[in-house]
Design a protein around this ligand. Sequence first.
Ligand SMILES: *Cc1c(COP(=O)(O)O)cnc(C)c1O
Length: 360
Amino acid sequence: MNTSKSRKLYEKAQKFMPGGVNSPVRACYSVGKSPLFIDRTSGDKIYDVDGNEYIDYVCSWGPNILGHNRPEVIEAVIRSCEKGLTFGTCHENEIILAEIIQKHMPSMELLRFVNSGTEAVMSAVRVARGYTHRDKIIKFEGCYHGHSDGLLVKSGSGLLTNSIPDSAGVPKGYTDNTLLAKYNDESSVKKLFDKYSGDIACVIVEPCAANMGVVPPKAGFLKFLREITNKNNALLIFDEVITGFRLSIGGAQKLYGVTPDLTALGKIVGGGMPLAVYGGKRDIMQCLAPLGFVYQAGTLSGNPIAVSAGLATLKAIESEPDLYKKLDKKAENIENAMKCAGLKVNRAGSLITAFFPIRR
Ligand SMILES: *Cc1c(COP(=O)(O)O)cnc(C)c1O
C-alpha cells in the first residue's frame, strides 16, 4: 500500500504541532505506524490522501454511529450554516435537542450544553461538589473522564489512596481529593466510604468501561454504586460520553436500569461536531449559575451548527427502531470472526475490544 503522501504530510505536521497531532492517540505510537491523513469519508469508508480506501471501525472514536456523511445530518448542518455560525445567545434548536435527550434519558431533568466531553465531566463534578459542599470524589482506575486536572489520575501502585497524577503538569494538590477505587470491585469502594464518608461529593464511573478496553459492569455493580452513594448522601455521576446513544438509545442507564444523579454525554450527541452535555436532577442542576452559585460558562456553548448536527443525528437514530439490534448483530459477527482467528474479545453491544497475543 502506498502511503507516501500521508508520510510527507506527517513530517511537515511535526514542524508545527507537538508530535504532528492535536490529540495524542492520533500519532499511532503504540501501533508503530505513522498517522494517515484523511481526505474524505463516505458511509463506512474512509479515504486517505494517497487514495487508499479503508473500512472505518474507529468511527472518530465514537461520534459516527450512523457512519460518515449521513445525508440528513450534512443537510441540517448546511441549512444551519446559512443562518450564521454562532449567535452568542439563545436559539430554538437548543430546546428541541434538550427535549429529545431528556425523552431518552429522563434522569436529565435539567441539562446544559458544552463543547467537549472533558468539559461536560469537569463541570458535572463541580456541580456535585457545589451541591454537596464536599471536596472528595471517587473515580475508578482505568476509567477515562477527559483531561481535566483532577480527573487525570489512576493508581500507579496498588495503593488505593495513593493518588498519582497520570500527567506531568498536574500539581499534586489538584488530585489530593481524587480517591481511586477498582472497577467492578465493591469492597474497594466500601473502604473509601468507610474512611471518608462525610467528605465524598460523588462517585464518577463509566457505567460500561470503554477506555481500558471494553469492561462491562459486573451484575449488581452499578446498583451497588447507586445504593452506597444514596446511603452516604453522595452523588452518582455516569460518564456516558461513549455509552450514551451507543449501548441503547437511553444509554447505559437504560440498558442496566440504574439511574444516576448526573450524566455526561459527548461524542454521538454532537453528531461529529464539538458538542457535549451534562445534566441531571433538577434540584442539583439548579446550583448552576445563573440560578445558583456554581459557575460554568462558554462562548460557543450550544453552538447552532453543533446543535443542528446533534439534532439531526438523534432524529436519524430515532427513525431506525432496529438500529441497536442491527449494530449488535454486526458486532457479534465481528466478535465471532475475531474469536475464530484466536483472539480474546470483550464486547458490550457495538463496543468491542480484541486482545492480540504477543509473541516475543
Ligand atoms: C472521550 C471521553 C471523554 C472526553 O471527551 P472529549 O470530547 O474527548 O473531551 C470523557 N469521558 C469518556 C468516557 C470518554 O470516552
